[in-house]
Design a binder for this molecule. Sequence first.
Ligand code: URA
Length: 290
Amino acid sequence: MTAASPNHPVDFADLLAFYASAGVDEALEDAPVNRFAEAAPKPAERMPTATPRESSAPEQPPAAPPRLDGRAVPDAPAPRPPTSAVPDEAQAALARQLATAAASLDELRQHMAAFEGCNLKGTAKNLVFADGNPQAAVMLVGEAPGRDEDIEGLPFVGRSGRLLDRMLAAIGLDRGSVYIANVIPWRPPGNRTPTPHETEICRPFIERQIELVNPKVLINLGGPSAKTLLNTSEGILRLRGTWRVHTTASGVAIPAMPTLHPAYLLRTPAHKKLAWRDFLEVKAKLRALS
Ligand code: URA
């Protein structure tokens, strides 16, 4: 990439290609912000000042950033609780409280839509709650929505979702006979990996969702789903293919089959045969349980 300097104007095509390969596919603000300039103290701040005093005046809420998703910005936005930039234990505790208080999937969705304690919500377009049949015997849980899922507000609707649909069809299932959700219901910006803290904040919601659906069989799509919900740190290539147990807060033990994530299978097609074996295990288990 060409260096940006007055003598070397940036080659914008190269710069865009660099951003795209780094996973940057979303503009958060209309105008660029130079964070380096922000970090440097302004000249006035370097001047010695009078003894600082603590202000008792409440801080004014910052002006709302411009929206780029087409939804209108109200002239005078109603004050609302700030979305925490760094999730903390208080937000995790609130998430647990809200999740436990939800008596139905509808209530859980409402509580999650109103929850402001996860920073990922601030950059996502939509809450991606679930797709499929809440009465299904099979529930699948992925990691987090990607770009297509964020736009549509539904899990697994992009390329990996289309592969997942074919995998389900191979064992006689479809979206009418399964229920699909994610550990994280808001798209991480640029599809980055959710932080452990973000996962901890969202964990009570997906755990309650599983408890409310109460499937006969759970399928964990990929390592993050398996690790979060099966209480293990083992890698997915070791975990996959053997039955584990997900235990709900009320003590119900649900058989769980960890398998490879469809996005991984798109990159590593040679491993599709392993996922195929896992799905055959699920088919056999459903037959045994019926
Ligand atoms: N990957 C996931 O883990 N979940 C989705 O919904 C889409 C892609």
